[in-house]
Write a protein that binds this ligand. Structure first.
Ligand code: FE2
Length: 350
C-alpha cells in the first residue's frame, strides 16, 4: 500500500531533503506555482516556452475563476500560489479587494503594458496586469436584422428589437464588466433604464455561454446577441461544417464607435501577497509581456496583445479590422461591477 502523507508533510520533507543534499538556493527557487483560470488549451505552448527559457518549472492548478478564488480564500496565508491568472476585470478587481496581490514594481511591465491596462490598489499598492484583451461585440442575424439598427450598446434597448435580443446571464462577470463600464459612461440611472429596456427585448430567458448566443443568432432564434471576440474568431477558424454555416449567417458590429468605443475586457494576473517564489513570479509576469508570449495569446486564443508592438500572425483575428476601443481603466471597470450587480438585480436581468 502506498504511503500517504499529508501534502504539507511531503513538501516539508522535500525541503529538508533539498537542504541535506546541498541543493543551491537557485535550484530550490526554480519552480512557480501558478493558479490559472484561463481555460484555453492553446496555452500549453505558452507555459512550456517559459520553462524552456528560464528553467523554472510551472506547477499549474487550473480551475474556474470562482473555484480558484474560493480555494485561495480557504488556503489563506499558507497558499503555495505565486501567481494568479484570471479572466475578466471584475474578477481581478475582486481578488485585489480580497487582498490577494502584492506590489510588483517592474520597469518591464510598466514600460510594456499601458497604464489603463494595469490595476492598482490605492492603499496597499498591490498590482495586477492585463496580458491580453478581448472586445465585447454585437452579432446579428443577417436575414432578419439590418446592421443600421444597432450601432451602439444602447440600441439593444430600442423597441425596434422587441423579442430579438439574447444575452448570457446578467450575473456573469463578462456582463457585469460591460454593464459596469456603461454605468461609468452613462451614470447609474440611465444604465438601469437601458438594462430594463434590454430585458424587455429578450427573445428568451438568458442562458448558455457566448458561443451559444452566436449559434442562436445563426439559427434565427435570436436577432442580436453579445459575445467576446475570441469566441467568434474561434468559430470563424473552425473547419466544422456547422460552424462554417453559422458564421455565414451572422454579421458583427463594433458598438459605440462614434462615442466611447467598444467595451474591452482583459485576462490578467498578479503576484500573490505571500508568494513563496516571488522572483520566479515576477519573471513569469514579465515573460507574459514578452513579444513571444504576447503572440501565443493572440494567435492561440484569438485575443489582442496588450503590447502594441508585439508581432502577431492571426489573419482571421486581423480580418475583424481596426476599431475604437474603450480606454476606461481596468480598475474602474472592475470596481463598477458593484453598481452593475445592483442594476441587473433591479432590472431582473438574471
Ligand atoms: Fe471566456
Amino acid at each position: 500500500m502506498p504511503l500517504r502523507l499529508p501534502r504539507r508533510t511531503l513538501i516539508a520533507a522535500a525541503a529538508v531533503a533539498g537542504v541535506l543534499h546541498g541543493i543551491p538556493a537557485a535550484a530550490a527557487d526554480a519552480v512557480l506555482n501558478l493558479y490559472s483560470a484561463r481555460h484555453y488549451q492553446t496555452d500549453e505552448a505558452l507555459y512550456s516556452d517559459f520553462t524552456k527559457r528560464t528553467g523554472i518549472r510551472i506547477n499549474r492548478i487550473e480551475a474556474g475563476d470562482e473555484a480558484l478564488l474560493e480555494r485561495l480564500r480557504s488556503e489563506g496565508r499558507n497558499t503555495p500560489a505565486d501567481v494568479l491568472l484570471l479572466v475578466d476585470a471584475a474578477r481581478l478587481w475582486r481578488a485585489q479587494i480580497d487582498g490577494m496581490f502584492q506590489p510588483v514594481r517592474s520597469k518591464t511591465l510598466e514600460a510594456r503594458i499601458p497604464a489603463h491596462l494595469r490595476g492598482k490598489d490605492d492603499g496597499q499598492g498591490a498590482e495586477w496586469f492585463a496580458f491580453s484583451t478581448r472586445a465585447r461585440v454585437i452579432v446579428y442575424n443577417k436575414a432578419t436584422i439590418k446592421p443600421e439598427q444597432i450601432r451602439n450598446y444602447e440600441d439593444l434597448a430600442s423597441t425596434s428589437l422587441k423579442g430579438r435580443v439574447c444575452t448570457r446571464s446578467g450575473t456573469h462577470p463578462y456582463m457585469l464588466s460591460l454593464i459596469g463600464a456603461m454605468s461609468e459612461h452613462l451614470g447609474e440611472a440611465k444604465t438601469e433604464a437601458w438594462a430594463r429596456g434590454v430585458v424587455a427585448n429578450f427573445a428568451r430567458t438568458p442562458r448558455g455561454g457566448d458561443t451559444d448566443q452566436i449559434k442562436a443568432v445563426a439559427t434565427g432564434e435570436c436577432g442580436v446577441a453579445l459575445t467576446n471576440t475570441y469566441y467568434l474568431v474561434r468559430m470563424m477558424r473552425s473547419d466544422a461544417a456547422a460552424d462554417k454555416d453559422a458564421v455565414s449567417r451572422i454579421g458583427m458590429i463594433w458598438p459605440n464607435q462614434e462615442t466611447w468605443g467598444t467595451h474591452v475586457n482583459v485576462s490578467g494576473g498578479g503576484v500573490m501577497r505571500n508568494a513563496p517564489n516571488r522572483e520566479a513570479a515576477v519573471k513569469f509576469l514579465e515573460y507574459l509581456a514578452s513579444d513571444s508570449a504576447q503572440a501565443y495569446l493572440a494567435d492561440g486564443n484569438n485575443e489582442w496583445p496588450v503590447v502594441a508592438s508585439a508581432p502577431t500572425s492571426n489573419p482571421v483575428l486581423n480580418s475583424l479590422g481596426k476599431f475604437k476601443a474603450d480606454t476606461l481603466p481596468v480598475g474602474s471597470v472592475g470596481r463598477a461591477q458593484v453598481t452593475a450587480a445592483k442594476i441587473i438585480d433591479r432590472a431582473g436581468w438574471r
